[in-house]
Ligand binder design. Structure first.
Ligand code: BES
Ligand code: MN
Ligand code: ZN
Length: 509
């Protein structure tokens, strides 16, 4: 993992700074207003030159060339102040980060008062939140997966952007809040990067055993309880579906059970997070086509997201207890692999006819969801790269969310919304179970056509949710990797989306 960019708050006048770049916000309704300070005369001269429209997402970079304490100024357009949203500010942060990288800036200062002072800002945008989301946008994109590259250029820390970013305001009363928000953002950066590192790891390195060992280390570092189930343990737990999926792999599966207990909370509620951790999904005997099969190393992103979110919630001191279950195993074809038509018995006792060995995520989740409910959780949320069909339904704009409790689903969606992480609800009407009826067993894991694929996946899981359990399922197959529309996320590889959503949920539930 790269060294994190340090974020610090300072309350003083803009003139007193010593920095490579000063970022100045600019409303599209007005001409650039230079901050007051030693370098303002330069800006004053320059602003009469090229017109800067200051549309949302636009930037103008000006190098002073003098020997002052500030080398350059970056005007950050944010559109009309009255139309500003948190997501636009986050997005501006992403653009600024890319520019700082391109300019090889070593330090930067964000002139917050040029944002806070914009006339017509909506009153629900608090100054602390504006700083927070801008900082998020800056650091979320600060990521590279370079651990398997050997050239020195690839490892060069200097090419990773500024080591420090200062958030400057004259609002003295804001200092404490800013310190707290920037610490929150540093925690986000760390946990999202961890999730991406896990997700991007090739499956010959990122084996179930590897992730279980990493989870153990992380749990110790962050004061979480941890237990790791081997396949022998899973057999004692009668997890026939989970074990069936891993049967064709040379690598042993592992189920990681983490527990976060909030300090000083008398009777905390319990939230169970369950993550799909297929370290490689070849499809098994129902093998996938070769094209882009390498992307199936990301099929453990649900588990990686649960890991990142649980640590983040712990760092934030969330007031709810979290039970986090990461179900790792590998889906491979082999002489011992499960075959289409096989019948497996789940931990819950229900039997499943495996029509398609590539519908493996729902099989492992069924057993760990059953296990999770033994902890008597007040809410269960599972997160999984479950179906290609979710990309057909929603594209790369939102995760699918389904479940048995609309209130819980709304709460999850709200936790995402404030973080710019979208989810869209799909129905889960009982009639959909018709498609999952089996002639041989209690149900089958897929049907013979591909209609309503995401719903069928969720409908299968629902069979393992007990009466009285509130449950929501997030299908992140489209969003886990290769998401390119966010200025503040990596364009390739793992996105790390929904780490913030789950941590936020654990904080607010
Ligand atoms: N891991 C895949 C889903 C997936 C597809 C994730 C594309 C990311 C990108 C899952 O295990 C799978 O293979 N699902 C099948 C289910 C089908 C066989 C019922 C699918 O979506 O085709
Ligand atoms: Mn599959
Ligand atoms: Zn899969």
């Amino acid at each position: 993992m790269r060294k994190l960019t340090a974020l610090e708050a300072r309350t003083s006048a803009a003139g007193a700074v010593d920095t490579d770049v000063i970022a100045v916000f600019q409303d599209s309704g007005k001409k650039p207003v230079p901050p007051r300070g030693a370098y303002s005369a330069h800006v004053e001269r320059l602003r009469h030159g090229e017109a800067f429209a200051a549309k949302a997402g636009s930037l103008q970079f000006i190098r002073f060339g003098g020997k002052g304490s500030v080398e350059s100024c970056l005007f950050v357009g944010f559109g009309l102040a009255g139309e500003l949203t948190e997501e636009k500010v986050r997005s501006a942060g992403g653009h600024v980060w890319s520019k700082l990288l391109a300019e090889k800036s070593k330090s930067a200062t964000v002139h917050l008062d040029t944002l806070f002072g914009a006339k017509g800002l909506k009153s629900d945008l608090s100054h602390a939140r504006l700083a927070r989301v801008f900082a998020e946008g800056l650091v979320l994109g600060a990521y590279r997966f370079n651990k398997h590259k050997t050239s020195s250029e690839a490892k060069e820390e200097a090419s990773f952007g500024p080591a420090k970013i200062t958030f400057l305001t004259q609002e003295k009363a804001l200092k404490q809040q800013l310190d707290r928000e920037l610490a929150n953002v540093m925690a986000i950066a760390e946990c999202v990067q961890l999730t991406r590192d896990w997700s991007n790891e090739p499956s010959n390195h990122g084996t179930p055993e590897h992730f279980a060992a990493e989870a153990r280390k992380l749990a110790r570092q962050h004061g979480l309880k941890v237990k790791v189930l081997t396949e022998a343990d899973a057999a004692r737990e009668k997890m026939g579906l989970y074990l069936g999926v891993g049967q064709g792999s040379e690598r042993e599966g592992r189920i990681v059970v983490l527990e976060y207990n909030p300090k000083g909370v008398k009777r905390p509620k319990t939230v169970a997070f369950v993550g799909k951790g297929i370290t490689f999904d070849s499809g098994g005997i129902s093998i996938k086509p070769s094209a882009r099969m390498e992307e199936m190393k990301h099929d453990m992103t649900g588990a990686a997201t649960v890991m990142g979110a649980t640590i983040l919630a712990a760092k934030w001191g969330a007031p709810n207890r979290i039970v986090a279950i990461l179900a790792f195993t590998e889906n491979m074809p082999d002489g011992k692999a499960i075959q289409p038509g096989n019948v497996l018995k789940s931990r819950s006792g229900k039997t499943v006819e495996v029509i398609n060995t590539d519908a493996e995520g729902r099989l492992i989740l069924a057993d760990v969801l059953d296990y999770a409910q033994d902890f008597k959780p007040d809410a269960v949320i599972d997160i999984a790269t479950l179906t290609g069909a979710v990309s057909v339904a929603l594209g790369k704009q939102a995760a699918g969310v389904l479940g048995n409790d609309d209130q819980l689903i709304d709460a999850v969606r709200r936790a995402g919304e404030v973080n710019g992480e979208r989810m869209w609800q799909l129905p889960l009407w009982d009639e959909y179970f018709e498609d999952l009826k089996s002639d041989t067993a209690d149900m089958r894991n897929s049907a013979n056509d591909a209609l309503g694929g995401t719903i069928r996946g969720a409908m299968f899981l629902k069979q393992f949710i007990r009466k009285g359990t509130q449950w929501a399922h997030l299908d992140i197959a489209a969003m886990a990797s290769g998401v390119s529309q966010f200025s503040y996320l990596p364009k390739k590889g793992a996105s790390g989306i929904y780490v913030r959503t789950l941590a936020q949920f654990a904080k607010d539930f």
